[in-house]
Design a binder for this molecule. Structure first.
Ligand SMILES: [Zn+2]
Length: 320
């Protein structure tokens, strides 16, 4: 007797048959000109049963590394070997992406607007659609980011590490650093975790450009996680490199304005009081030494040459 075929997966009013890969457009707020704006996504609905997972990128429209990570992940997966269902969303914030901006046209941060509401602000409505069509249906999810503004981030996973499964999956991802992050910030990761999903956030590199190292680490990490949950075969994938677990990170800020000369680098261990940067005036005279405010590892840093008083210079995370 033939095995019963797996039921199709319905999303945004469309149906994806078992064993098929489909491109779907998720409708969102139209442009003022009336043009439709749709969130493009790819559904891989495996022929056999398994978990449902999502990967998403560019929820901040100028954070591009994740778009390339999603592309490479999809290029590595053969639909014939998929168990369960993967929803891959390379660009969540389509409005921001097209404008080269982090936020939505209403100025709101989409990743502070979850779970959203069908009658709320534009950000809130998009969050609600994404929540209903994607997040609520998933057991596992990975949201991909980069540093924001004039900052760059060491490739890192953030998640609620008090949850054993989240900690285990973070270890499988194998980013150089894993940060315990339990903030209630209206992010997709926080809301998904509260809905019972195992949710990770990946950060790596900076806005508006591709960073090969961060992309390679992100791609391997996502694929290892998908193999770990039994969605794709492990194949000859290497075991995860060790990750350093850290607690809450704090920014060391400039107490004067000046031209930045960095004296440390991402991944370096520093001690409190150590000089991490020099600020000079436009003639090259030293105006200030920036000293680490705590012991730990540098997981984020400013890259702009121009620094204003109060700006973050290095983000230092305390080792667990
Ligand atoms: Zn982001």
């Amino acid at each position: 007797m033939a095995k019963a075929r797996r039921a199709p997966f319905s999303i945004a009013g469309e149906s994806v048959s078992a064993g098929k890969r489909a491109h779907i457009e998720l409708p969102t707020a139209r442009l003022v000109t009336g043009s439709k704006v749709e969130v493009p996504l790819v559904v891989l609905h495996g022929a056999s049963d398994g978990p449902t997972a999502w990967i998403s990128a560019a929820i901040h429209g100028d954070e591009l590394n994740g778009i390339e990570i999603v592309r490479r992940v999809l290029a590595s997966i053969n639909i014939r070997s998929v168990a369960g269902t993967l929803i891959a969303v390379p660009i969540v914030n389509v409005h921001g992406f097209n404008a080269g901006e982090r936020a939505l046209p209403d100025g709101r941060d989409l990743n502070r607007s979850f779970p959203g509401s069908p009658r709320g602000s534009m950000a809130s409505r998009i969050a609600n659609t994404f929540m209903t069509e994607v997040i609520r249906r998933c057991d596992v999810g990975i949201d991909l980011h980069t540093g924001s503004g004039n900052r760059t981030n060491m490739p890192q996973i953030r998640g609620r590490l008090s949850d054993p499964r989240t900690r285990e999956l973070a270890q499988v991802f194998g980013a150089p650093v894993t940060v315990d992050s339990r903030v209630r910030d209206g992010s997709v990761r926080q809301v998904a975790a509260e809905n019972g999903a195992t949710a990770l956030l990946f950060e790596g590199g900076e806005a508006n450009r591709f960073d090969d190292e961060a992309i390679a680490i992100g791609t391997e990490g996502v694929l290892r996680c998908l193999a770990d949950i039994g969605m794709i075969p492990a194949g000859d994938r290497l075991p995860p490199p060790p990750t350093v677990f850290v607690r809450s990170a704090k920014w060391t800020r400039a107490s004067r304005s000046g031209v930045l000369h960095m004296e440390t680098a991402l991944g370096k261990e520093v001690v409190a009081g150590e000089v991490v940067a020099l600020l000079r005036d436009v003639f090259g005279r030293k105006v200030h030494s920036v000293k680490a405010r705590s012991d730990g590892i540098v997981i984020g840093a400013a890259w702009s040459a121009l620094i204003h008083q109060g700006e973050g210079i290095v983000n230092i995370a305390e080792l667990e």
